[in-house]
Design a protein around this ligand. Structure first.
Ligand code: HAM
Length: 450
């Protein structure tokens, strides 16, 4: 509790009488974290996030995806209907609350909100297929552990308005390219098809028929799922249940012809651009809106939470949240933190963990301070990355800062230099120094930086 809070609680005491040793003891909530410059942990380091977001923006632009931003707060009903009442996300993990007669939720994912925005703004009236991407916070009340947080960030892409298998292949290619640009290896792409609604209903009956005699041997969670959402049992991590599932019927035996043809096309397309994959008939995904093609990217070395990204086709989401008919759509979302964990694990964060400056200006003396301010302003206008201390530290201390700031050059200005109209330019790598007229500084640095 800080001094102000103590003063408020014990109103008798004016704030200055509260001892200064009462510390501010607030911490961020478990399962959330701060992102700040120079943080030791890569998942909390601003510079890593900026680097990654830059790459994502560039990659999405290359693929022709435009950014979409929706509110963090949505109506609970949208998520309940869109994601599905019996899913873990809706039944156990929502941060939902009431205000007046309304129930709101901190969004646990972005696909339902984006489809809501698409319908609300009649975006189907834009010509052609719509391609969107996003990066933003999502919230799930899960038990926090490495790679699993209560506030985490998803980036993802949604292609709305086509059932062409090239769209499915395109989002797979996009994700694969991103891993390549970032240098992330050891990923596995798992794919499956869930078929159409009828195929899934027939499969559901077959699975329930197979599992019912084993009901006593299932965990309580799986017994509940048996009546509510039996396909989710396929996701179980419980060894005894996995053994039971070894002889269970597979969805592949129930797939409708159209889905099977589409699935073959997607496999052909991604193979044709050299993307390896593993077929996994148990991959059903944890959200109810999926049908047909589904997929997940996994990575080794980041612990139990190894799903880097997941997605699939969700043609039936739109009617579930108010559209008159199905709207074909496909997309994926990836956990940004897990991506950073994978980068860290593969030693890909080091060179992106700090900002590199072109110039660090060192000024000693009152005249020099004013001159340094003008030089910095001029250089920043010329798109140079400029750093400068705003205090009265010694030249030595400022040089140390320039070193730590990873600057290419230091520009040293003392009152003497101001009088002589020149600064000393120090190459921080070679240590060489050179006197340069103030009027030539920008040109001198720009030439060396290009
Ligand atoms: P999801 O599989 O629930 O799919 O989440 C996508 C990704 O978000 C996961 O693969 C994981 O990397 C990350 N993630 C999920 N929960 C957490 C958590 N608690 N902490 C850290 N990271 C997490 C969806 O959300 C779908 N909307 C994906 C999609 C888009 N399908 C079609 N379009």
């Amino acid at each position: 509790m800080d001094r102000r809070a103590v003063a408020e609680r014990y109103r008798l005491f004016p704030i200055f009488l509260i001892p200064i040793f009462v510390k501010n003891s607030f911490q961020n909530i478990e399962g959330t974290f701060d992102i700040y410059p120079g943080a030791q942990r890569a998942t909390e380091c601003t510079e890593i996030w900026s680097y990654l977001e830059g790459i994502i923006d560039e990659m999405m632009a290359n693929y022709g995806y435009s950014e979409i931003r929706t509110p963090t707060l949505e109506h609970t009903g949208l998520i309940a209907r869109g994601v599905g009442q019996t899913t873990d996300i809706v039944s156990k993990e929502m941060f939902a609350f009431e205000r007046g007669n309304h129930s709101y939720v901190l969004r646990p994912e972005m696909t339902a909100p984006i489809m809501r925005a698409y319908l609300q703004h009649h975006l189907d009236q834009n010509p052609g297929v719509q391609r969107y991407y996003y990066i933003g916070p999502c919230f799930r009340a899960e038990r926090p552990q490495k790679g699993r947080y209560r506030q985490f960030h998803q980036f993802g892409a949604e292609v709305i308005g086509t059932d062409d298998p090239r769209a499915d292949a395109e989002v797979i290619a996009l994700m694969t390219d991103l891993y390549q640009v970032l240098g992330i290896g050891d990923t596995t792409l798992k794919i499956n098809t869930l078929g159409n609604a009828e195929a899934r209903a027939t499969y559901r009956d077959a699975l329930v028929g197979y599992l019912t005699p084993f009901a006593e041997q299932l965990t309580q969670i799986s017994r509940d799922r048996l009546s509510q959402n039996p396909l989710r049992i396929l996701d179980t991590k419980v060894e005894a249940e996995r053994v039971i599932l070894e002889n269970a019927p597979l969805i592949t035996e129930y797939i409708d012809e159209e889905s099977a043809i589409n699935y073959e096309s997607i496999k052909r397309l991604i193979s044709s651009v050299g993307i390896p994959f593993v077929e996994d008939p148990m991959l059903v995904r944890g959200l109810d809106y999926y049908s047909h093609f589904t997929f997940e990217f996994e990575v080794k070395g980041i612990g139990a939470q190894n799903a880097l990204a997941g997605g699939g086709r969700y043609d039936s989401l739109a009617p579930e949240i108010g559209a008159k008919a199905a709207i074909p759509a496909i997309g994926f979302a990836a956990g940004v933190e897990r991506l950073i964990l994978a980068m860290e694990n593969q030693d890909l964060c080091k060179e992106h963990g700090s900002v590199k400056y072109d110039v660090w200006i060192i000024a000693v003396g009152d005249m020099a301070h004013e001159k340094a301010f003008q030089v910095a302003s001029q250089m920043r206008k010329s798109h140079l990355r400029v750093g400068m201390e705003l205090g009265h530290r010694s030249m030595k201390a400022q040089l140390r800062l320039a070193n730590r700031a990873n600057s290419t050059f230091a520009i040293i200005i003392g009152d003497q230099e101001v009088k002589a109209d020149r600064a000393t330019v120090k190459d921080m790598e070679t240590g060489q120094e050179q006197e340069v007229f103030f009027s030539d500084l920008v040109e001198r640095i720009t030439k060396s930086s290009t």
